[in-house]
Every structure is written in C-alpha cells, then in structure tokens.
Design a protein around this ligand. Sequence first.
Ligand code: RB5
Length: 150
Amino acid sequence: MAIKGKIAVACDHGGFQLKGAVIAHLREIGYEVKDFGTYTPESCDYPDFAVPACDAVASGKCAAGILVCGTGVGMSICANKIDGIRAAVTTEPFSAEFTRRHNDSNVLCLGQRVIAEEMALHLVDIFLGTDFEGGRHSRRLEKIAALEKR
Ligand code: RB5
C-alpha cells in the first residue's frame, strides 16, 4: 500500500454501519486503526467526530483518515477547514485514484447513503494504494497550503 501507518476513522449516525465495515476491512488488510467514533447509531453531529480524527492526521499521529457520514459531504466540508487536511468525497474509482495522484489527499470521505459497501471498500483500497505524483502538483498544493495563512 502507498499509505503506510495508522488510519484515523470517524463517522456520524449516517455513516455508522459503513464505518464498521471500513474498520473491519482495514484491519483485514493489515492496517492499525484509531476509531474516533461515533460509537452508537444515535443521532449526533459529524464535526464532533471529524475534528479529532483530522487533528490526528494533521499532527502526523495517523497517516490518513477515512470519514463516513450520510453523503460524505458534511464530513469533507468540516475536514477541509482544518490546516493540513486535504479531504475528498469520492463515489467512484477514478476520483479516488486521482485525488491521491494529483491532490495528495490525506482524508477520504464516503457517503453511506450514496454508495454500496462493496464500492466503499474498493475506494478505500484505491485511496490507500495510490501514491502522490508530485512534480507540478506540488506547486498547486503549496498554493492551497498558502490559503491557510490568509
Ligand atoms: C445526517 O442526517 C446527515 O446530514 C449527515 O450524515 C451527512 O450526510 C451530512 O453531510
């Protein structure tokens, strides 16, 4: 796998079931996982779980993050507010591959109400298995990082 190290995982109630499947899959393919919750299917607020998971990625404690909510969108909006996080919602393989190759995304967001579990796990494999290309894309990421200082 291109991404090595511990994976931070979090969800809200809208992604609770898929988060369980993602964690089981990650462990099966040899990853250490830090589960930031939520730990019950009761209604909750996704920022409460996205932020600690993304903090662990931004600080380097975790190598990458996987966030699950109903659509993946709320989680991605929240994650992208955190300095150092480049989060992408993906629903199909091409974007999961290219958000690694071109954006060096470090957080994958998935929507339990949008995609089937089989697709979600396939996207996880692609995301974790793809390297950043660097080169001209690094210059673009530097411009994105500069936005954090505006
Ligand atoms: C919760 O109902 C839902 O809004 C949440 O899981 C997510 O889809 C938000 O973007």
